[in-house]
Design a protein around this ligand. Sequence first.
Ligand code: BEZ
Length: 221
Amino acid sequence: MPGLLLGDEFPNFEADTSIGRIKFHDFLGNSWGILFSHPRDFTPVCTTELARAAKISNEFKKRGVKMIALSIDSVADHNSWSKDVMAVSKNADTDLPFPIIADDKRELSVLMGMLDPDEKDKDGMPLTARCVFVIGPDKKLKLSILYPATTGRNFDELLRVIDSLQLTAQKKVATPVDWKPGDKVMVIPSLSDAEAASLFPNGVTTEEVPSGKKYLRYTHI
Ligand code: BEZ
């Protein structure tokens, strides 16, 4: 099945969207990007997801991340659905703060491996799964998450992973389980102790483990 792997250049597709026709790389410019797909317009879980995405769109903006959604309906449907979404977001007087791609021919959904084989429309055609792609300023895929249509995503988690991606793109660290911004981070295994000592002025602490191996190295950024 076609799909995208981490590190792949993200396709520079052209598509109709709720803000007109776009070429994806031009849309991104030099920013990070997040593309999240939805099974269908006017569906309950999707509506709650887009309403939440709209509500916290400033958080993505603060991080320099351009948002774009995708669903397999037309621009006219997207424009009408957006009004419902903004009402559910308790911001009925405001436009949806990001565009929605109209993939009504499912071309992008096929190209990017986004179809959910278990969810079909009334004509038996597969619906899009809930994919998330985070794209770096170099246009390469940095993260992908794939949920089935029946499970809504957690947009706080998406902000959290973006914080991790942006931090680990800059510093030679990795973020441990349940990490949040401000928590201690881990020194990556490829750094020697000497390199770590010179790179991390806040110091490096090593947690003892039964093996005696010194691989649990923490620092504060
Ligand atoms: C929803 O967004 O609510 C939904 C869409 C397709 C299948 C199941 C749920």
